[in-house]
Design a binder for this molecule. Structure first.
Ligand SMILES: Nc1ncnc2c1ncn2[C@@H]1O[C@H](COP(=O)(O)OP(=O)(O)OP(=O)(O)O)[C@@H](O)[C@H]1O
Length: 325
């Protein structure tokens, strides 16, 4: 459904030094630096998949989404989405995809939500019956009844995000690109958005590619992770394969009776230390958990110990560490 081969994209950025003198100089001599946002990216995504596209800030996630949705043209490489080259056949192509940029709005700020939806209906030439059916399904599943006649600027972030998602799906696309769909949302809204994404994927077979920094999004939604760092694809695999890779790691949480100062324990890497609680990641192939606990008990009086398999969040941290991004 989506096929990228050797995609590279660089940006030429004007260098600006501080100071009046440098600013005056820049009027005559412009210096530039080249930012390599994407370097030789290749992957393919099948119909009906939910793929989590992750990576640290500035890794190239949004740039990839912009290439796949046809907003940006790459310098090199090929990209085929449902047989389209996104940046070439844009008008025909956008009828098949939905795009949500969590930090930007595709809705008209000063008019009621429903007016934006009707404008989109006209832009996409959505047939009346299809529009009516999609709108009523989206209104019901995303709980939009009460906000439909409010101007967008009066909506809370969570309400607006639900409208953004509805707006991107009014024309019934087969692929949905979501760039940080849960950014800034409260816990309840996050769960509602995740639940909705799951539902349209299961019931309508919509293929979803989402970028996120929230690993609970990944845990709840993605079967597969693509990880990008400094513009290069570093990992492509399932969440369970990732668990297998770092499966020997355990998270050991230890509560103390009294305030204690941090100590180094051999074989355990310290994740956090507060006055009454320490969290370590222990690779059980390299160190015994009992040994870590006993070493710690020589320093502080222990109150409670909890041992869990590593949560996805920590697995991703290990992956970032491994690839030094
Ligand atoms: N229009 C642009 N002009 C110049 N540089 C750009 C432009 N868009 C992106 N970049 C640069 O390309 C790199 C990748 O940016 P991108 O927005 O794709 O990262 P990201 O992984 O989405 O980051 P974040 O998680 O912070 O949103 C960054 O170094 C960024 O500064």
């Amino acid at each position: 459904m989506i096929e990228l081969q050797g995609i590279s994209k660089s940006f030429k950025v004007a260098k600006r030094s501080a100071g009046l003198r440098q600013a005056a100089k820049a009027l005559f001599v412009r210096e530039h630096t080249i930012v390599h946002a994407l370097h030789d990216i290749s992957f393919s995504i099948g119909e009906g998949e939910i793929v989590g596209y992750i990576g640290p800030n500035g890794a190239g996630k949004s740039t990839s989404i912009k290439v796949m949705s046809g907003i940006l043209m790459p310098d090199r490489g090929t990209c085929s989405v449902m047989g389209f080259t996104p940046w070439k056949d844009r008008t025909a192509y956008v009828r098949h995809i939905g795009v949500v940029f969590g930090q930007r709005s595709q809705l008209w700020w000063d008019v009621p939500v429903i007016d934006s939806f009707e404008l989109l209906r006209d832009i996409y030439h959505i047939p009346a019956a299809e529009y009516k059916k999609n709108l009523s399904l989206l209104t019901e599943t995303l709980g939009l009844q009460e906000i439909m006649h409010m101007p967008v600027r009066q909506l809370s972030l969570g309400q607006r995000m639900r409208c953004e998602i509805a707006a991107s799906l009014l024309h019934g696309p087969k692929i949905l690109f979501l760039d940080e769909p849960t950014i800034g949302l409260d816990a309840v809204s996050k769960i509602a958005v995740r639940q909705f994404i799951k539902t349209i994927n299961k019931e309508k077979g919509v293929t979803v590619i989402l970028t996120t920094h929230d690993m609970q999004d990944i845990e709840a939604l993605a079967d597969r992770i693509l990880m990008i760092g400094k513009g290069t694809l570093l990992y492509d695999g399932t969440v369970s394969a990732l668990r297998g890779k770092f499966g020997t790691h355990r998270l050991v949480t230890i509560d103390f009776r009294e305030h204690a100062t941090p100590v180094d324990i051999r074989g355990a890497s310290l994740i956090s230390w507060s006055p009454e609680r320490a969290v370590f990641s222990v690779d059980t192939e390299r160190a015994a958990i009992a040994g870590v606990i006993s070493a710690l008990s020589e320093h502080v009086e222990l109150l409670d110990v909890a041992i869990e398999s590593t949560p996805v969040e920590q697995l991703i941290v290990e992956l970032y560490k491994e690839h030094q991004v």
